[in-house]
Design a binder for this molecule. Structure first.
Ligand SMILES: Cc1cc2nc3c(=O)[nH]c(=O)nc-3n(C[C@H](O)[C@H](O)[C@H](O)COP(=O)(O)OP(=O)(O)OC[C@H]3O[C@@H](n4cnc5c(N)ncnc54)[C@H](O)[C@@H]3O)c2cc1C
Length: 403
């Protein structure tokens, strides 16, 4: 996808990882904020065949429980809508990233789930996100084929959330970054040369080294390994998630097709063209090997299909079309992003650990990290809640999930 070039001897900023997060940082730095220095992105596999970005469900929701996540999603939605202008290169318009603002529908079937929905709704409303609380009757009126007998409440975002073209977004930010002068190098970063408590250079598997002013870790599920090169313990590693794509023998009327639906069982499902895309939180969730991409096929038969068939007659007769497994870059501390410099290694900046919501937040994180590299602080959205401080001070920033 990128047109790789040879590694330079030095670069003001070296970004390890050219997935959506690393590419967005390079794009905001060079294309949007006018960073005058050199920016180099190191990517070990420019096919992105196993990158989380490529294997994602590509949803964007405002239904989070922390103001910083809600604000990041709001900015992500703005960027997706503005893509044809924002990612234009010379006279060529940027792509339509097919942002389907059809909403998320979160369903509660227990007092604790209902309490979580109501508490999140209060935070979302205060943060300006329009989330509607729906009674079971209101849910049945909007989506008549959904069975609502067990439900107590639902939450639905009619605007500003939905799903989009994940690889289109990655292509758009990397093309725009390259057009503005960012350099993409195909190689594997293999270590940091440390000098006086700073990263002096990034070493590459090819044997080359790139002296740097600052280094950025945006290596997705491999970020924990990269942090260790600087002697830092970052609890980010790969957790497997399997996605299933199916079609229905009797598809629902498009007018009453559910949006991105999160069932009380934890199973999610959303339309994908004439198909549906679905998945479930795994029963057991160990860290897996970096090369373990074997789909957990049994999740379809045992969890996904039974839950969906229970929820709607349209999901009773379905045919599995394809499935794949990808890795979340899982932050075992609190399942939230780690963004910004480490206090002990001031020129080493992190942007990782998003644990299932990094694609939708990549634009805001890209902008924030670029601001930090340019100005030494955040200028638009304060990303301090995602800093290392909370890990070092044992203050988890946990999103209240409904399930
Ligand atoms: C099944 C699944 C469903 C998901 N659903 C959603 C969703 O609905 N919404 C959402 O917002 N997010 C979702 N996510 C999460 C989202 O996809 C990720 O948070 C996001 O893509 C992370 O982007 P990244 O650039 O950090 O990581 P990646 O896309 O993994 O990119 C990291 C890149 O770094 C490269 N790299 C790693 N180490 C090195 C090295 N040493 N040297 C050079 N290159 C290196 C890798 O090759 C890779 O290309 C999902 C993820 C999965 C797996």
């Amino acid at each position: 996808m990128s047109q790789p070039s040879a590694p330079p001897a030095s670069s003001d900023v070296v970004i390890v990882g050219g997935g959506v997060v690393g590419a967005a940082i390079s794009c905001w730095l060079k294309a949007f904020l006018g960073f005058p220095g050199s920016v180099t992105v190191i990517e070990r596999d420019p096919s992105y065949a196993r990158a989380s970005t490529a294997l994602s469900a590509a949803g964007l929701r405002r239904q989070f429980s922390t103001p910083v996540s809600i604000a990041l999603s709001r900015y992500g939605a703005e960027v997706l809508r503005a893509a044809p202008t924002l990612f234009a290169i010379d006279d060529e318009p940027g792509p339509d990233l097919n942002f389907r603002e059809d909403g998320y529908l979160m369903l509660a079937a227990s007092p604790s789930q209902e309490a979580a929905i109501r508490a999140n709704h209060a935070v979302q409303t205060a943060a300006g996100a329009e989330t509607l609380l729906l009674t079971p009757d209101e849910i049945a009126a909007r989506w008549p084929h959904l069975r609502t007998h067990d439900l107590t409440l639902g939450a639905f975002g009619p605007r500003g959330e939905g799903w989009f073209d994940n690889m289109g977004f990655l292509t758009a930010v990397s093309r725009r970054a390259r057009a503005a002068g960012a350099r993409f190098v195909t190689d594997e970063a293999s270590g940091f040369e440390m000098q006086g408590g700073r990263v002096a250079a990034v070493t590459l598997a090819s044997g080359a080294r790139i002296a740097c002013g600052s280094a950025v870790v945006a290596a997705g599920p491999r970020s924990g390994d990269a942090a260790a090169w600087a002697g830092l313990a970052l609890p980010v590693g790969p957790r497997k998630r399997t996605i299933f794509v199916f079609d229905c023998a009797t598809p629902p009327d498009p007018a009453t097709r559910p949006p991105m639906m999160i069932d009380p069982s934890g199973v999610f499902c959303r339309p994908e063209g004439r198909f549906f895309l679905a998945g479930a939180p795994p029963v057991e969730d160990p860290e897996v090997a970096l090369d373990d991409f074997d789909p957990r096929h049994e999740e379809f038969e045992e969890i996904v299909w039974p839950a969906l068939a229970e929820r709607s007659e349209v999901f009773e007769a379905i045919r599995l079309q394809r499935f794949w497994a990808g890795h979340y870059e899982w932050n075992a501390f609190d399942r939230n992003g780690v963004v910004g410099p480490h206090p002990d290694v001031a020129n080493l900046v992190f942007a990782t650990g998003f644990s299932g919501h990094g694609l939708q937040h990549a634009a805001g994180v890209g902008r924030g990290v670029a601001e930090w590299l340019l100005h030494g602080g955040y200028r638009s959205l304060d990303l301090a809640p995602l800093s290392w401080a909370r890990l070092l001070e044992n203050r988890p920033l946990v999103e209240t999930e409904i399930i």
